[in-house]
Every structure is written in C-alpha cells, then in structure tokens.
Design a protein around this ligand. Structure first.
Ligand code: FAD
Length: 523
C-alpha cells in the first residue's frame, strides 16, 4: 500500500506540474493507469544517479524515473504524456555515458532503458539469429535498445560471430550509440554503427510503434539513426554480424611528424577502398604529449624510458594504432600481412610496438583502463570533452593551430586525445540524421578530457572554446559530435542546410516535442 501510495503521489505530482498552465484534469484519467504508476519511481537513492552523467558537468533533476518492464510500458508512458494538455518531457537514458546532459530532463521523466535488459521475452535482450542462407549469407542479432554492446558481443561470440563496427567503449547501450553515430577504428571499413543496422523498432514521440528499415517506413528509420533520441525511442535494433576472428595483432607505431603520420593513416584506410589483399581491420591514432601523466600502459616497462625521452625531445608524438585480425591457425599468414601493411610507412623505425591478444581483449581494451581509473577515483570525475570531425583537407592546419599552438603550449593536463581518419564515401547515407564534413575522408578528433577539480574544468572549457574559435577564424568547417546543452539557434547552425529536414521530422514523429529534451534543441 505504501508503494502504491508513493507512486500515486508521483503521478499526482507529475500531473500537477504539467498541468500548472493547463486546464485541470480529473484524477480518474490517471487512475486508469495503475500499471504505469507502479513503474514511476522517486526513490531518493536513484535520483542523484539520474541527475548526472559521465560528464559530471550538467545536472538536472527529473520529477520521476520510469522503469519499464516491457515495450508496452514505454508506449503507455508516451501516450500518457501526449494525452495531457501540457505534455511532460521524457528523456530516454541508456548508461548515461553522455557528457553534456543529453540523457537528462528537468521537470520530466527519465526513461531508464536498461531496466528492460533481463530477457528476450519482452522483445528485448540479445537474440542471435541463425544465419539466413538464402541469397547472401546474413547473420544478425536482435537487440534491445537498452542493451550494452558488451552483451551483444558476448552473445555473438558464442556463435563465432561479432558485430562489424564497434566503438572504443563496449559499455554504452545500443540505443545510445545509434542515437549519435557510433564511431571507431573500424568505421573506415564498415561505416559508423548507424550504417550497420538492418531494422529498428522505434516508439515515436507520438506513441506509434514502428518497425522500420531501408525498405519499410524508411523515413522513421533514417530519422532515428543518429537522431539524438529526438524522434523515437529505439526498443530493438537488428545488427548484422560477421565471422569473429580469434586473435589480433595490435600495433602502435610512433611518429614525430604529423604529415607522415596522417599520410600513413590515410594510406592504410585506403586499402579497404581498393580491396587490397591485406586490409587493416582497425586504424586509429592518438597524441602523446610532453605533459604528465604520459599514457604508457601499452608499452613494456623496459621501453618507458625511451618513449618518454622521445616525447621530451619532440614535445608531441603521434601514435598510429593498427590492428590485424586472424584465426588461431593462421599465425604465419598474419605476420606476412602485417609486414605488407607496414611496408613503406614512415614511423620512427625503432618505435614499433606489438601485442598479440584475443579478439575480445582487443575490442574490450578500454575496460582495464576504466578499472584502473575507477580504483584511482578518476572515473566519476568531470569530463569536459570536445569531439570534432575535421575535413581531411584541413587536418594539417588543425594540427598546427590546435595541437601545437593551443594544446601543447598551454600546460593543462588530463585525458587523452584521439585523431584518426575515416572514409565517408560509400559508408554514410545522407538520409540518416547526422551531418558530416563534406569530403570523402574526414578525421575524428576527440579531446577526451579528465578534470580532477572544477577550476580545471573551467580551464579546459575555455580551451575548448578557443579551439572552436580557431576553427571558425581559420575557416575550418568542423562538425561537433556528441554535443548537448546548446541553444536552439546553435542547433539550427549545427544542422545548417539539414535543419529543415530535422525540424520537419520532429513535427512528423514528435510534434509535442516530448523526447530527449537534454540537448536543448527545441526547448
Ligand atoms: P546515454 O548517454 O544514456 O544517451 C545518449 C543519448 O541517446 C540521449 O540523448 C538519450 O536520450 C538517447 N538515447 C539513449 N537510449 C536511447 C534509445 N533506446 N532510444 C532513443 N534514444 C536513446 N562514442 C563513439 O562514437 N565512439 C567511441 O569510441 C566512444 N567512446 C566512448 C568512450 C567512453 C569512455 C565514453 C564514456 C563514451 C564514449 N563514446 C563514444 C560516446 C558514447 O557512444 C555516447 O555517449 C553514447 O550515447 C553513450 O551511450 P549511452 O547508452 O550511455 O547513452
């Protein structure tokens, strides 16, 4: 009775908040949905968690947290909001690995998608299909939107299969990365994760449950891919799978020269376009700066001193990270392929490091780092990230103006910096929601900043603004990625010529502008 009383109070509270400017509503309308009321929680222990994210910079307290146990529950919640004269906002939330409050809402309801993960009986969980042998062989997994990629990986590996395009971090949800893009070192071959979806189930902001794909309800499909949660809640995604390798040759090549580094990265990603005999399976890159702490985890302890000396000598070192997959019985062959890939590359030849790891260890490589940072109290700290896509034609200017002139010169430490090219041509469909630089190749540049204290947050945010200002002044047409907490006008500028399509889709799928208010797009 107590539970029923408190949840009833939540519904009353919600209705009173949303009805403040609207006509009074009779209580009977809410009582009809006792089922809904029992899933709305205001448990004080879960509130702080729902009011922050991995960024730990934006904080918004919702009115309640909704813990669905089926797709029908989500439908009921969205219908409930739509039924009110002044609907309340709903923020779908995966693992809240956003950094700008994207999965939060003030005065609305956080929709806890991970509550659905227990079984496939409710249309959720991870179900790896038998491969369809008619026509081209297609294997896939049907995955609940709140499921983490690590769960998709594990279920797939049991059948000797794997998703084709993975991000660096496996503990984000499928709905979360598909609402952005899902970029990683495999995107140059297969495209981002949003290019690797066969079908979706989406509950639109209007409350329609739509099964969609390239062929069926394609407008909803393309809108939801990279759609920032604006058009619908992704409750199921059908993800294509390929054969899983067993082992990985994982290499890092050190460069003291950006031109050579980026030329070699672009050379490696062009292999996949040419269908060459040996194609790298993964290409990324990062900066090693002459600022403590140096990330030396990858390198044998006996090499730390000479790597540190190299960084001290040049101030900035670029690391090309490369992976080549293989099967247990093809070790000799993979060595030849790696040698072929390295032929003609211009890294500092005495600075090549190689590890031989299992496929799972490779794709889950951030996990040990997470454990280490957690043990040092450096995981749940502010992360004033800046994530950019830079057109290939201007990446050298970016290196000079940003890496060397801003980041290296200002002695503000913390975090890591990624820089790697990806193929856009043939890998992106412009009907999907995100915008990209308008070139065949663009660079992913991630300033993955970690701040131990708030005065460092301020300094890093000032530096982020300086970087954006530099790009603007130098005419470098960057695209910001993983953004949130912007003004409506900034969003209009972000989408540019695609804004009209974006706004039209919002009108079509979420006309009352209920979903994902954390971005600030329509608020
Ligand atoms: P949340 O933060 O919970 O939500 C993100 C957005 O998606 C919100 O707007 C939310 O409302 C919406 N949303 C969530 N679930 C759904 C759903 N089911 N339906 C509709 N909308 C939904 N990104 C990359 O591209 N590449 C990387 O390599 C990469 N590495 C990362 C490493 C770390 C350590 C971290 C913390 C993040 C990284 N990210 C990377 C970013 C990450 O992919 C995104 O922040 C992603 O959104 C996180 O997923 P989530 O489940 O935590 O989503």
């Amino acid at each position: 009775n107590l539970v029923l009383f408190s949840t009833t109070m939540v519904v009353l509270l919600l209705s009173s908040i949303v009805l403040t400017q609207a006509q009074p509503r009779s209580w009977s309308a809410f009582q009809a949905s006792k089922e809904l009321a029992t899933k709305l929680s205001r448990n004080p222990q879960t509130f702080p968690h729902a009011s922050t994210d991995y960024g730990h910079i934006v904080h918004k307290t919702p009115v309640a947290i909704f813990n669905p146990s089926s797709v029908s529950d989500i439908l009921a919640l969205i219908h409930f909001s739509n039924s009110l004269p002044n609907p309340f906002p709903i923020a779908p939330r995966g693992k809240a690995h956003s950094v700008h409050g994207q999965a939060m809402t003030k005065d609305g309801v956080v929709l806890n998608m991970t509550n659905l993960n227990s079984s496939f009986q409710n249309g959720l969980g991870v179900l790896v299909s038998a491969c369809d042998g008619k026509g081209p062989l297609i294997c896939y997994a049907d995955v609940g939107g709140g499921q983490m990629w690590i769960d998709v990986l594990h279920a797939s590996l049991e059948r000797g299969l794997t998703p084709l395009s993975l991000t660096d971090y496996m503990y984000a949800t499928v709905g979360g990365t598909l609402s952005n893009a899902g970029m990683g070192g495999m995107s140059f071959r297969f495209g981002p994760q949003i290019s690797n979806v066969l079908e979706l189930d989406v509950i639109t902001g209007k409350g329609d449950l739509v099964t969609c794909s390239k062929e069926q309800n394609s407008e909803a499909f393309y809108a939801a891919l990279g759609g920032l949660g604006q058009f619908g809640v992704i409750t199921r995604a059908r993800i294509p799978l390929g054969p899983a390798p067993t082992r990985v040759k994982w290499l890092r090549l050190l460069y003291n020269n950006f031109t050579a580094f980026s030329r070699d990265q672009e050379h490696l990603i062009s292999f996949s376009e040419r269908n060459d005999i040996a194609t790298a399976d993964y290409v990324e890159g990062m900066l090693l700066l002459n600022q403590p702490p140096l990330d030396l985890l990858f390198y044998p302890a006996s090499d730390h001193q000479r790597v540190t000396s190299l960084v001290t000598q040049y101030g900035i070192i670029y690391i090309l990270e490369l992976a080549k997959y293989y099967y247990n019985n093809s070790q000799a062959h993979v060595n030849e392929e790696v040698a072929y890939l390295l032929k003609g590359l211009n890294f500092v030849h005495t600075f090549v490091f190689e590890r031989d790891v299992s496929y799972e260890e490779f794709v889950n490589r951030v996990y040990p780092l997470e454990q280490m940072l957690r043990s040092e109290g450096l995981w749940e700290v502010p992360h004033p990230w800046l994530n950019l896509w830079v057109p290939r034609s201007r990446i050298s200017d970016f290196d000079e103006g940003v890496f060397k002139d801003i980041v290296l010169k200002q002695n503000i430490t913390g975090g890591s910096f990624l820089v790697y090219p990806t193929n856009r041509r043939n890998k992106w469909d412009d009907r999907m929601t995100p915008i990209t630089p308008d070139e065949d190749v663009f660079y992913v540049v991630d300033f993955l900043r970690v701040a131990k204290t708030f005065d460092v947050v301020d300094k890093l945010q000032v530096q982020n603004k300086q970087i954006l200002r530099f790009c603007n002044d130098a005419g470098i047409k960057i695209t910001e990625y993983l953004i949130g907490n912007k003004t409506h006008q900034q969003w209009v500028e972000h989408f540019g010529p695609k804004w009209k399509l974006f706004a039209d889709r919002k009108t079509e799928f979420d006309p009352k502008k209920i979903l994902s208010p954390g971005h600030g797009i329509f608020q």
